[in-house]
Design a protein around this ligand. Structure first.
Ligand code: ATP
Ligand code: MG
Length: 252
């Protein structure tokens, strides 16, 4: 029996940016993807491929030029508030307040995400434990290391225990141990039946975590599906070789 529900679907999702008065670029072109509950979808692509732009559109931060995305049954264009309630978004630019501590940061974000006041403390303690943050939860953000800040960003995106998670390069800047903590956590999330869409440059991260991948080049999806099927169809042994094959075909 397959009880998985489609939680995220993009429908011809497109974003154009005006670079100046004359030049417009299409950062994401007619993207059609879907991800179900209990599934991790990885978006792979080189720098500038459109990964962040796509994630920002499906998390309602950026308005699509055309097309749309349906997240947890709600249209990102028509019902952004409803979408926001069920998602957590981890951005690459951290946007943390230097003068607050992790404890203060999480309390703030728990509140703006509508978590009930008496649930905040226990939830925060749980997140500190999961991400091994107890040692520095009272230190000001300015004084934290890159990895500690990345953990805090991750904590912030999950504090309200959302059903759907969008992670832009979740292991960026992390040491091996912290990277493993984050990856274990993503697997845990998946077991809980959540839906995760992440972007990464790191093939072994994608190979280890993702059920499905989308390979993005210059804003267009060049391959999408379950990893094993994609490898077979393209006669490739690894994600890395598939990635280069798709890149090569894109150039021709
Ligand atoms: N706000 C913006 N205004 C204009 N152009 C933008 C803007 N944001 C992104 N772009 C352009 O859109 C394209 C896609 O950028 P995007 O950040 O989505 O790529 P990415 O796949 O996340 O790359 P990276 O791996 O470097 O993070 C790039 O050409 C970028 O210059
Ligand atoms: Mg990016």
């Amino acid at each position: 029996m397959n009880s998985r529900k489609i939680k995220v679907r993009t429908v011809d999702l497109t974003k154009n940016f005006n670079l100046n008065r004359k030049e417009t670029i299409t950062a994401v072109r007619k993207m059609n993807l879907e991800a179900a509950s209990g599934e991790v979808l990885g978006i792979l692509g080189p720098n500038g491929a459109g990964k962040t732009t796509a994630l920002r559109m499906i998390s309602t931060i950026l308005k699509p030029t055309s097309g749309t995305a349906i997240v947890n049954g709600h249209d990102v264009k028509a019902e952004p508030l409803e979408v926001r309630q069920s998602i957590g978004y981890l951005a690459t630019e951290m946007g943390l307040y230097g003068r607050l501590t992790p404890r203060e940061t999480l309390t703030f974000f728990a509140r703006i995400n509508g978590l009930e006041e008496d649930l905040i403390e226990p939830r925060m303690e749980k997140v500190f434990d999961i991400l091994d943050m107890n040692e520095f939860e009272g230190r000001r953000v300015t004084n934290l290391s890159t990895g500690m800040k990345q953990k805090l960003s991750l904590a912030r995106s999950i504090i309200h225990d959302p059903e759907i998670l969008f992670f832009d390069e979740p292991t960026q800047g992390l040491d091996l141990m912290t990277s493993k903590t984050v990856m274990d956590y993503i697997e845990e999330f998946k077991k809980e039946g959540k839906t995760i869409i992440l972007s990464t440059h790191i093939m072994h991260v994608a190979e280890k975590l993702c059920d499905k991948i989308a390979i993005l080049f210059e804003g267009e999806i060049k391959a999408f599906g379950e990893i094993s099927g994609l490898l077979k169809r393209n006669d490739q042994e690894s994600l890395e070789s598939l990635f280069f094959k798709v890149a090569e075909e894109g150039r021709n």
